[in-house]
Ligand binder design. Structure first.
Ligand SMILES: NC(=O)c1ccc[n+]([C@@H]2O[C@H](COP(=O)([O-])OP(=O)(O)OC[C@H]3O[C@@H](n4cnc5c(N)ncnc54)[C@H](O)[C@@H]3O)[C@@H](O)[C@H]2O)c1
Length: 373
């Protein structure tokens, strides 16, 4: 298979590395399109992988190289254009999440996916491939009908500082923090508990503000790279994303969820507590033991064997999943429609936070069903 990349940044260079590790000689990276590919070129060089022929414009690249499949790793606001042009060129598409950043673009993406065939588009919601999620999915049937869930995603300060410097700081490019980062989490909750039907949310920027600039110093908050449209400002960033947000959600199946995002926590956490009528499941992606307890029974520890590998062992697993999908026709763990649903749920949370109202997300979900049943 001839593979090409659009948006050769940090993420997609890693996706290709893991895909290549499984596919070996059955896939070749023939080239890439990126106006400023500095980070990704460096990462491929470190891994000893050849980038193929470089282009600044993706349409010129598609016409010249005629790839069989394209990996899209550009910033979120240009994904739709890249997906459209890659499908029009007859390519299979892997796109990074979130697929798009607005409801209107979601309808356009749904039409493209419907017309191409949903199995032609894979989305990098990598945590679907994680040992943690696979273990929860395997044991969830033991706790009976799901009732309620609390969950969080807490990022360490260096990661939060990166978000204020990177292109992710601007909603025009990323969508929002919840959409850009937590769409992974919301996708998994929806996979287990049903689609979000109602959302309420509060949030703000209380950490990365000028009065907290005393926290900076000695290269703090700058450990991570600076990429496309990056800036050096952390506490006086021109970004408009929030640095903490809470949401309460109700799903179509009547499960109630509370979610807490914080981008400057002393401890990194991605913690879940799911309660069913007959028991609970508790764990953290970064913790190798999942706890399952049925009512009136002793707790049981499930060893995930993941340690603290990057993305909790999910990156390697997704490389294998994508290789077997494209080479052997095995279904990919992320249905393309579910990726759009995750985006819509995040957009509903953001709308609830912006307007101070409870948002009825089911209206958007039904519109999506009308396009992509
Ligand atoms: N699945 C995951 O866990 C995960 C993790 C990180 C990032 N991502 C996603 O990957 C994507 C890229 O993130 P990143 O961290 O690699 O960013 P990055 O800044 O490292 O890379 C983005 C690249 O896109 C290029 N680019 C900008 N405009 C372009 C255009 N019009 N055409 C082609 N290329 C263009 C930039 O020059 C840059 O090289 C985002 O959608 C992000 O949400 C996913």
């Amino acid at each position: 298979m001839k593979i090409a990349i659009i948006g050769l940044g940090m993420r997609i260079s890693g996706v290709w590395r893991h895909l290549h590790a499984t596919a070996g000689g059955r896939m070749t990276l023939v080239g890439f399109a990126d106006p400023a590919p500095a980070v990704g070129l460096g990462e491929l060089a470190k891994a000893g992988l050849a980038p193929g022929q470089g282009f600044t414009d993706h349409r010129t690249m598609l016409a010249a190289l005629k790839p069989d499949a394209v990996l899209i790793g550009s910033p979120n606001h240009v994904h739709l254009e890249h997906i459209r042009d890659a499908l029009a060129a007859g390519c299979r598409v892997f796109t990074e999440k979130p697929v798009v950043i607005s409801p209107e673009d979601t309808w356009a993406a749904a039409e493209l996916i419907r017309d191409a065939g949903p199995d032609r588009v894979q989305v990098g919601l990598v945590l679907r491939s994680s040992p943690f999620f696979r273990a929860v999915s395997a044991h969830i049937g033991r706790i009976g009908r799901l009732v309620s869930m609390e969950a969080n995603e807490h990022l360490p300060p260096a990661h939060g500082g990166f978000l204020m410097r990177d292109w992710r700081r601007k909603r025009a490019w990323s969508g929002s923090h919840i959409l850009e980062k937590c769409c992974h989490d919301i996708d998994l909750y929806q996979a287990l508990c049903g689609r979000v039907s109602k959302a309420a949310s509060f949030g703000g920027r209380s950490i990365f503000t000028p009065e907290n600039a005393r926290l900076a110093g000695d290269g703090r908050y700058r450990e991570w790279w600076t990429g496309w449209q990056g800036t050096d400002e952390v506490f006086a960033s021109d970004g408009d994303i929030l640095d903490h947000q809470v949401a309460i959600l109700e799903t179509e199946r009547g499960v109630r969820i509370s979610f807490h995002a914080n981008n400057h926590a002393a401890d990194r956490q991605r913690r879940w507590l799911i309660c069913g009528v007959e028991g609970l499941i508790e764990g953290d992606f970064a913790n190798p033991v999942l706890r399952v307890r049925q009512v009136y029974q002793e707790p049981e520890g499930i060893d995930l064997g993941t340690g603290t590998a990057h993305h909790y062992g999910a990156d390697e697993a997704m490389g294998r999943d994508l290789a077997t999908c494209w080479l052997d026709g095995v279904p990919f763990p992320v249905p393309a429609k579910a990726a759009l649903e995750a985006g819509l749920a995040c957009m509903a949370i953001d709308q609830a936070q912006r307007t101070g109202t409870i948002v009825d997300a089911s209206v958007w979900m039904r519109t999506l069903d009308g396009i992509l049943p």
